[in-house]
Design a protein around this ligand. Structure first.
Ligand code: C2E
Ligand code: CA
Ligand code: CA
Length: 503
């Protein structure tokens, strides 16, 4: 509001100064033209100069012209006569300050005998002259706080409303016609050969500002209050989580990070698991655990899976084509597997990217409710097309054994909880060991999830688990980084064969 008040104040002051200067400059121009007209009338008269008839004519013109104090005739430096009678004394020629475009010679500050009290302005044309009271040029009502001055376009001062205003005349020689400089706000207006300058000091402007601010403060308070109310209403109207998720699906806000999967026997990177993230418009990344359950409940998981497939093919397609030994694992929700809806879309995008189906592993999670018959039919169709099927989070569901028995599988992913439970020093066979043995007997490929320590790596390798995934090797990363990772880490972990040291 303070700023608004200052801007308003400045623009109001500028308008006031401009209209003052406009009136003053056009009045100066009119006064001058009136006097110059008189001068030219007498110069063009048929009467012989200084005859009684000519003096009568000059007197009549003086009386009828408000700004003209006298008309005179000078011949060979002799002031022969004036509108007030014959004179006949010698005069020193007046110094000409400038000549107007129509040939009128102008002298400022002339000391004339007829009005000895104050300097006059003299206009001369041929042998005739007129005297003008310079005050006539400033016949404008001026408020106390304003400096008003009138001068010639060349920078000669003719008159000022207040003493000490001469210094403003130099503005004529500067660039802009309006400026806030040196503690003053100026406005300069030209009219013909004349210019008027109006100025007001910054201090006086500030006083005006305080008055205006007093007026605007309550309005400012009111506006601020309304803004706060608006923000509160907006905040209350925030979208529900489901509506937000719907919007995110519509705006395709899902991106994919890739976590490398390595061959633990030689440390080579053999592929990646695609892990979805929700990138909000503000740039923040929401982890899948925060929105997948709602997406599964609401059915929004189906379009999200499609977006993941699109991203994977677009980002990893060229790499998978270049290196046919690499694969990418895509997570499917129970709804995807039961409905099989994703499969035609996956087929189409995969073909377009020229990726082989054997390069794609479909991860079917044990978590959530899986309709076993529908799942089996989808997995069968997918495997017939050449895709590989993996059971994810194995051992965490209610019917793990049933799943491995009834579902046609290629890969088993050992859940992180079993990897965490590895105790290299335990003599007794652990659950992890049983899972590994069972997978081997079913001829399933094994991937251990969440490998974080060297000890876990050693144990898993020692038990013949071929593939591993975990922070020990790499965290999930954007596609651009993963491409670099594959190049740099053709071998991630050097194969070591050392015995576990147990205390
Ligand atoms: P998941 O399929 O079991 O994926 C592995 C999760 O473990 C990932 O979490 C990964 O970042 C994390 N992880 C990997 N290595 C380590 C490790 O060494 N230590 C620890 N503490 N964590 C590790 P993320 O990315 O948060 O994904 C969580 C879950 O969200 C996934 O578990 C999966 O069930 C689900 N998810 C992720 N992406 C998708 C998707 O595209 N579709 C569906 N339906 N679900 C997805
Ligand atoms: Ca997974
Ligand atoms: Ca898992």
């Amino acid at each position: 509001m303070g700023y608004v008040a200052w801007v308003l104040n400045l623009s109001a002051a500028q308008q006031r100064l401009e209209s003052l200067a406009t009136v003053a400059s056009s009045r100066a121009n009119n006064t001058f033209h009136e006097a110059a007209g008189v001068l030219k009338t007498v110069a063009a008269s048929n009467l012989a100069p200084c005859t009684p008839e000519s003096i009568d004519e000059m007197r009549l013109l003086t009386i009828n012209t408000f700004s003209v104090k006298s008309i005179g005739y000078v011949e060979e430096d002799i002031y022969a006569c004036s509108s007030w009678g014959a004179v006949g004394h010698r005069v020193t020629p007046w110094k000409e300050d400038f000549i107007t475009s129509d040939g009128v010679r102008v002298s400022l500050g002339v000391q004339a005998r007829i009005v000895p009290a104050k300097p006059m302005m003299a206009l001369q044309y041929a042998a005739f002259n007129v005297l003008i009271d310079p005050e006539q040029f400033l016949q404008v009502m001026v408020e106390d706080d304003v400096h008003l001055l009138v001068g010639t376009a060349a920078g000669h001062l003719v008159g000022a409303s207040r003493p000490g205003a001469e210094r403003f005349m130099s503005r004529v020689h500067f660039g802009s016609d309006s400026a806030l400089e040196d503690g003053y706000l100026y406005t300069l207006v030209h009219s013909g050969d004349w210019v008027a300058i109006a100025a007001v000091s910054r201090q006086e402007l500030l006083q005006g500002l305080i008055r205006r601010e007093m007026l605007l403060l309550p309005i400012g308070g009111l506006l601020a209050g309304m803004l706060v109310l608006l923000i509160i209403r907006r905040a209350r109207k925030r979208l529900s989580p489901l509506a937000e998720l719907e919007l995110a699906v519509r705006n395709r806000e899902f991106i994919v990070h890739y976590q490398p999967i390595v061959d633990m026997s030689d440390g080579a990177c053999v592929g990646a698991e695609a892990l979805v993230r929700w990138r909000r418009p503000d740039g923040s990344l929401v982890p899948p655990d925060s929105f997948i359950p709602l997406a599964e409940q609401s059915g929004l998981i189906l379009p999200i899976t499609d977006q993941v497939i699109d991203n994977v093919m677009q980002e990893l397609g060229p790499l998978l084509v270049k290196d046919r030994s690499l694969h990418v694992a895509i997570n499917l929700a129970a709804a995807d597997v039961s409905s099989g809806r994703f499969l035609p879309w996956l087929e189409a995008t995969r073909r377009q990217a020229d990726v082989w189906p054997s390069q794609i592993w479909l991860e079917v999670t044990e978590r959530g409710f899986l309709k076993i018959d529908a799942a089996r039919s989808t997995i069968n169709r997918a495997r017939e097309l050449g895709y590989l099927a993996a059971i994810d989070d194995f051992g965490t569901g209610f019917s793990s054994l049933q799943h491995v028995q009834k579902l046609p599988l290629d890969v088993l992913k050992i859940d992180k909880s079993f990897v965490d439970a590895i105790d290299p020093c335990s003599e007794a066979g652990s659950v992890t060991e049983h899972i590994i043995e069972m997978a081997k007997s079913l001829r399933l490929r094994l991937v251990a999830e969440g490998v974080e320590t060297e000890a876990q790596l050693d144990y898993l390798r020692g038990h013949g688990v071929q593939f591993g995934q975990g922070w020990l090797f790499a965290r999930p990363m954007p596609a651009s980084k993963f491409l670099g990772f594959v190049q740099e880490h053709a071998v991630v972990v050097a194969p070591v064969d050392h015995a576990l040291e147990c205390s």
